[in-house]
Ligand binder design. Structure first.
Ligand code: RIB
Length: 303
């Protein structure tokens, strides 16, 4: 089974700051780094580092060539990443003292992907393969429709969430990877639930599983861990896994690490509970290191 990640590649411009800048405020950073990112690229890196055969498709400019070298070094097949004369996507990232971040995106090549390129890329994949998508590129709807027609499984991480997500053919999704805000938005809740007790979070996952009966739901909830819900013929199957406590350095890319490792576990035949445990372990290593793609651990580091 081949996994295609059709997604973003970004140059991450990371500023280490005391606190996330407030409206009208100017602050100095204590460190700056230009490094590899983009939710699609990060997730493909996680899959590759977890030992999977993974293909990344997207678009960058000449300024993003280092991304290709890095991804190849992890074992990601980048033959379907197109290089043109425009600029690569960029992410302006502030990381505060507690490791929390705030991100501003500039789409760059992620929004220059064409329908024609999508058709050409999908020709390399067939029934039984899978495509993993996020929300940082254009034409996600067209990719979903064409992929399903070809018999591919569809995995969706609707991040960063916007109202456009609701107009996607979400009933085609086999697995959703969501955080609490994304889950609440998909479930049609007006306000994301702050300080929801653990039972409430499980309910949120179950609510989505009931709303999307063809889909498995994987919900990450920060310090509350991760939840799984799937409506089966026998009833609602739920799982929960707590976090592995580590000193948090930088949370950027932790969700991408989680999704990649969960899928790697599932593809290797692990059950949902084991996949949650594997993914949580990988994400805990990611948050203990700086950077996005750089922080994703190799499978051997999880032993
Ligand atoms: O999920 C983390 C990623 O989000 C960063 O690497 C940044 O590029 C943005 O896409």
């Amino acid at each position: 089974m081949k996994i295609l990640v059709y997604g973003s590649l970004n140059v991450d411009l990371i500023f280490s700051v005391d606190h996330i800048v407030r409206p009208g405020e100017t602050i100095s950073s204590s460190a700056f780094k230009r490094s590899a990112g983009g939710k699609g690229a990060n997730q493909s890196a996680a899959l590759a580092k977890a030992g999977m055969e993974v293909y990344l498709a997207g678009k960058i400019g000449q300024d993003g060539l280092f991304l290709i070298d890095l991804l190849k070094s992890y074992g990601v097949n980048t033959n379907n990443v197109i290089i043109d004369e425009g600029s690569t996507g960029q992410a302006l990232i502030q990381v505060d003292k507690k490791g929390q971040n705030s991100i501003v995106l500039n789409a760059g090549g992620n929004y220059r992907i064409t329908i024609d390129e999508i058709k050409k890329t999908l020709k390399y994949f067939s029934i039984g393969d899978a495509v993993l998508l996020q929300n940082e590129i254009v034409h996600t709807k067209e990719i979903m429709l064409a992929a399903k027609e070809q018999g591919l499984r569809i995995y969706l991480n609707p991040s960063p969430f916007d109202e456009g997500i609701k107009s996607l053919p979400l009933e085609l999704v086999d697995i959703f990877f969501v955080n609490e805000i994304e889950a609440a938005s998909l479930a049609g809740m007006m306000i994301p639930p702050p300080n929801l007790p653990q039972r409430g979070r499980s309910s949120l996952a179950e609510m989505l599983a009931a709303q999307f009966p063809n889909s498995e739901i994987v919900l990450t909830a920060g310090e509350e861990g991760a939840f799984y819900a799937h409506k089966t013929a026998e009833g609602m199957h739920t799982e929960h896994c707590g976090i592995v406590e580590v000193p948090v350095v930088d949370t950027t890319g932790a969700g991408d690490t989680f999704s990649g490792y969960f899928l790697a576990g599932m593809t290797k035949g692990l059950g949902p509970a084991e996949c949650l445990t594997l993914a949580s372990k990988a994400a805990s290593i990611a948050v203990s290191r700086p950077g996005a793609m750089d922080s994703v651990p190799y499978e051997r580091e999880l032993a």
